[in-house]
Write a protein that binds this ligand. Sequence first.
Ligand code: FES
Length: 108
Amino acid sequence: MGYYEQHIFCCTNERKKDAPRGCCRSKGGEEIRAYLKDRVKELKLPKTRVNMSGCLDRCELGPVLVIYPQGTWYHVKNKKDAEEILQTHLIGGKVVERLALDDKQKRL
Ligand code: FES
């Protein structure tokens, strides 16, 4: 087992406004990261860490995050989605299917 039991990487990468692929920061990636970090701290989730990440190469699907060690990828549109991931995945141990990237999206 790694140092953390759940390690969440939230893309907060920023590109120029006219970048063809867009970026997670312009779609709220930083707000998602900050929300999850605050909530994990507030709930004192053990061995759980939320980090910002550079581009995860799923820009068109952003904002995206990935949770290890499971390697579960999510598209997270807002804080409500982030809370659902926190409650269902991080606390409940179940994948939030409606927000998870499918196998094709993970292989972009
Ligand atoms: S900018 Fe977030 S995945 Fe590329």
